[in-house]
Design a protein. Sequence first.
Length: 87
Amino acid sequence: MISELRRTIRRQQLREMIPLADSTIYEMEQRGEFPQRFALSARCVVWDLAEVEAWLQQRRTTPIRRAQHPDVAKRKTRPVKGRDRVP
């Protein structure tokens, strides 16, 4: 039986479709939030185009929660000073 051939894309094509940094995509892959890449050879990694397109469609239809603002009072460097109090 011949299985259906699925189209793959290389890194440059992925960058044109997904405007995220390579490190962000890698981290999302590690967390299971982005389709996994696979190696065609020792120097060539690709993504399944259908999986990437499905991920894009899912992102368009599902709202994404915004990250909370960090508590700047807990910074170790350049901590925020207390507000001046007027007597």
